[in-house]
Design a protein around this ligand. Structure first.
Ligand code: GUN
Length: 333
């Protein structure tokens, strides 16, 4: 095994005994999003409890789901469950797939008008017949806990207090709390979505990183991603980021959540830990893989977020934090 190269990993405030070169035995350390999410969850629960005790306020999140996308149903269930765990009141409005834009807009207008509602989340994607843009823009920006409204995007870019999208906020919390220095480091974000790629690039730029955003038209992607001390994969393609994309010792954040149903593919993706995944496929019909090829990248990266249990739990807990933030701001607290 090769020992750590301090010039490569010198920016971590983390123990310096990580192997940085690819080898049969090297393994990236796990950046445990789930553990950090648990930490933030406890902090949010404390604020919720103080609000209830001192101000008689219980934050309230309304979640709207249209149609029967199975993945959306799972995500919404997780959000509602975490509200319950934290003492946040929640309402789940599940609308049939043939709901039209006007019906969704009327519902949102009613939530905007309700004093007791602090956060409104419309689970995306919406059925094709529903105008996503009109729906997102109908949400009162002060209740936009997703941070998708143009007013909030504008405020974010202007560096003024905004509701910030949950996944980018979660990534920033993970890096900060795990002691990964951001200032002056090279970050590469692969993916330019409005939900993850662009806002996370903006947040990291605000923390003085040198940020590159790559996308489907980027030429020679590996030479761009290999420059990165922190590589963020948010492309929505299973195991897309391979070892040739990763600088030895880099921090790799995997935002993807993709279903794998094929056992041969699972064997390739998960290497030594494939057995457990094959069992999951046989029991549940699928297992999850991120946008990063886990077996390959673990041999090169210094740190890697797992899927599941990495960025996903952080996204949900940041939604809770945004709901509490909205409840506080709306009351001038
Ligand atoms: N669909 C996938 N991710 C998200 C999210 O963060 N918010 C909403 N509203 N829908 C999503």
């Amino acid at each position: 095994m090769s020992s750590i190269d301090e010039t490569v990993l010198g920016f971590y405030h983390l123990p310096m005994n990580t192997v940085v070169k690819e080898s049969e035995t090297a393994r990236a350390r796990v950046l445990e999003g789930a553990r950090v999410a648990g930490e933030i969850k406890r902090e949010v629960a404390e604020v919720v409890e103080r609000l209830r005790r001192d101000r008689a306020v219980t934050p309230c999140l309304v979640v709207v789901r249209v149609g029967d996308d199975p993945a959306s149903a799972v995500y919404v269930r997780n959000k509602v469950r975490m509200c319950e765990e934290l003492g946040i009141r929640s309402e789940h409005h599940a609308l049939p797939a043939d709901t039209d834009t006007e019906q969704v807009l009327r519902l949102i207008a009613s939530f905007n008008a309700r004093e007791d509602v602090d956060g409104i989340l419309v689970q995306l994607p919406l059925p094709r017949a529903v105008d996503e843009r009109r729906v997102v823009e109908a949400i009162d920006p002060s209740k936009d806990v997703d941070g998708f409204h143009p007013v909030n995007i504008g405020l974010l870019v202007l560096r003024r207090p905004a509701m910030v999208p949950c996944t980018p906020l979660g990534i920033l919390e993970l890096l900060t709390r795990e002691g990964v220095e951001i200032s002056g480091r090279r970050v590469c974000v692969v993916g330019r979505s409005q939900i993850v790629g662009r806002p996370v690039a903006e947040l990291l730029l605000q923390r003085d990183a040198t940020v590159t955003i790559c996308h489907s038209r980027t030429q020679d992607l590996p030479s761009a991603t290999r420059e990165a001390d922190i590589l963020i994969a948010a492309v929505g393609r299973a195991a897309f980021i391979r070892k040739e994309h990763v600088k030895p010792g880099a921090v790799v954040i995997d935002v993807g959540i993709n279903r794998v149903t094929d056992e041969a593919q699972a064997l390739d993706f998960f290497g030594e830990s494939a057995e457990k995944r094959l069992k999951t496929i046989r029991e549940r019909g699928y297992t999850l893989v991120g946008d990063v090829h886990p077996a390959e990248v673990a041999k090169v990266a210094g740190w890697l977020t797992p899927v599941p249990g990495g960025v996903g739990p952080l996204t949900v807990v940041m939604l809770m934090q945004n709901t509490v933030t909205a409840a506080l701001r709306r009351r001038g607290l």
